[in-house]
Design a protein around this ligand. Structure first.
Ligand SMILES: C[S@@+](CC[C@H](N)C(=O)[O-])C[C@H]1O[C@@H](n2cnc3c(N)ncnc32)[C@H](O)[C@@H]1O
Length: 355
């Protein structure tokens, strides 16, 4: 009898442990699969309607997008993930055009020396390493949302003998892991367009810049609004929404909006320019570079978001052609003190449009 009770108890335990939970596991697996399908359907719907992403989705999306696409980009284009400087317009040395972009921006901003530089949205650190070589002894810190990029940036710095000058880490530009007044040069080349809060972005750039330090922001903007206009046209907004889905971008702003944000920080020497005509040949060159077997195979391998990014190159071209997208260059100096911020008015550079 006792033996029979024990046997029943044992069977009950085993049944509870192995048989009873099974339907629950199956049920939860079914629920997980259903949730996954639901999320997939929602993503397709959002893509078709070019829905705006939440801040959190955007951050995760940016990291994933660059984690997946950077290797292919580096194989075809090298270590700079930005437009080239096309003067003369018919130049075909594209990699050199990208390096020239850095030199020309520094020249335009009047920077001929730097000792501590932060590269905000650094990609795989092409700008940091170039600046480190240009200004010997200079220390650079690069931040990106993509773990792949931060790792690759450090790897390339070590390979190129720059590990003691250049460091890269995963961090958010809207909440940088640096103390106030840490750098004399703030460098942001084509990352501002990813920032969902432009005011917070500019605040952070000013916070980590030392008083009297220089801030450089080169970024995709939409055209300035005309007097009397309160927004872009519906078709312009539609085009930008499609680009946003592909490149993980939030709402755009104009160069004038950036100038206003810098001036609100008491910036001096505010200077702006539109280099859309200088970078004009770039997207055609990128499209052409992708028309070879190696790139096509790489593209097929790197998944949907990279393929959608490739398609969006045509949308970028259209945006530039329409005068909707601007390649905006901005630079300014952080005021020496709060007092300077209130009493000094921005100085004027005669060669550029200054507001
Ligand atoms: C087009 S790439 C430009 C990379 C680099 N500046 C260059 O010119 O090679 C944009 C970069 O911005 C970074 N980024 C976007 N949003 C960011 C954020 N909130 N914080 C830090 N980096 C960000 C991305 O991770 C990526 O490295």
């Amino acid at each position: 009898m006792f033996k029979a009770t024990l046997t029943i108890a044992w069977i009950t335990c085993v049944t509870q442990a192995w048989i009873v939970p099974r339907p629950q596991n199956r049920h939860s697996t079914q629920l997980q699969v259903a949730a996954k399908i639901g999320r997939g359907v929602q993503r397709v719907k959002d893509s078709l309607t070019s829905a705006e992403r939440s801040r959190e989705d955007l951050k995760i999306g940016i990291a994933g997008f660059y984690d997946r696409s950077t290797k292919l980009w580096e194989e075809v284009w090298g270590d700079h993930l930005h437009h080239g400087y096309y003067v003369p317009a018919d130049r075909t040395d594209h990699k050199q055009a990208q390096i020239d972009m850095i030199d020309e921006v520094l020249k335009w901003a009047g920077v001929d020396q730097a000792t501590r530089v932060v590269d905000v949205g650094c990609g795989i650190g092409g700008s940091s390493r170039h600046i480190a070589r240009k200004f010997p002894g200079c220390q650079t810190e690069g931040i990106t949302l993509s773990p792949y990029q931060a790792g690759r940036g450090n790897e390339l710095a070590a390979e190129q003998g720059l590990a003691d000058q250049c460091r890269f880490q995963v961090a958010d530009a809207l909440d940088m892991p640096f103390a106030d007044d840490s750098f004399d040069l703030i460098w942001s080349l084509e990352s501002g367009e990813h920032m969902p809060d432009k005011k917070q972005f500019i605040n952070e750039l000013f916070r980590v810049c030392e008083p009297g330090g220089r801030i450089i922001v080169v970024t995709w903007c939409h055209r300035d609004l005309e007097p009397g206009e309160t927004s872009l046209t519906k078709s312009e907004e539609k085009l930008l929404r499609k680009i946003n889905r592909a490149y993980y971008l939030p709402q755009w702003c104009s160069v004038k909006d950036y100038v206003d944000l810098m001036e609100a920080q008491g910036a001096t020497d505010v200077k702006r320019d539109d280099w859309s005509y200088i970078i004009a040949p770039f997207w055609k060159a990128v499209i052409k570079s992708s028309l070879n077997l190696k790139s096509v195979i790489g593209l097929l391998r790197s998944g949907f978001s990279t393929q959608r990014g490739a398609y969006a190159m045509f949308l970028m071209l259209r945006g530039y052609k329409k005068g909707l997208i601007k390649f905006g260059c901005l630079t300014c100096t952080k005021p020496l003190s709060k007092k300077t911020e209130k009493t000094e008015s921005p100085s004027v550079d005669k060669d550029s449009e200054v507001l």
